[in-house]
Write a protein that binds this ligand. Structure first.
Ligand code: ZN
Ligand code: MN
Length: 140
């Protein structure tokens, strides 16, 4: 499920839940991330929106995404570079192409055994990253 909201009224409510005023800029950020399957960075979203919103800053994009993250309407994805943001907050894994950088959602296995070596540790979340080549880059 990649959509953060279903209707325009809900979009404004999502921002208010996150403690933000529903400004046109923030609604545009929310719209840009909702349904996006590319796991964009704040900078990438900013570049998409900057022509329509000349007063927009990367900081506003980043702060909006951080507020949405706190209320679990999106989640950050740490792949080693700048933080990426995922509108899909359901548990899932990712496959990353090492050549073109494509990041694909992968359905996670229903249950994953906890390694026996991990006693005395309470696991809250397990995330797997598969690294390799996408079909296009592998030429198959
Ligand atoms: Zn690729
Ligand atoms: Mn994802």
């Amino acid at each position: 499920m990649n959509r953060i909201f279903q209707s325009e009224q809900e979009a404004a409510a999502v921002l208010r839940d996150a403690g933000l005023k529903a400004t046109p800029q923030r609604l545009a950020i929310l719209r840009a991330l909702s349904g996006d399957v590319t796991h964009p960075t704040a900078q990438e979203l900013y570049e998409r929106l900057a022509t329509h919103f000349p007063a927009l800053s990367v900081a506003t994009v980043y702060n909006t995404l951080a507020a949405l993250t706190r209320v679990e309407r999106c989640r950050p994805l740490d792949l080693g570079g700048p933080a990426r943001f995922d509108p899909n907050v359901a548990p899932h894994d990712h496959a990353v192409c090492e050549r073109c950088g494509e990041i694909r959602d992968v359905k996670a296995a229903e249950t994953r055994p906890k390694p026996r070596a991990l006693t005395g540790f309470s696991v809250r979340r397990v995330e797997h990253i598969y690294r390799g080549l996408c079909a296009k880059c592998a030429g198959t």
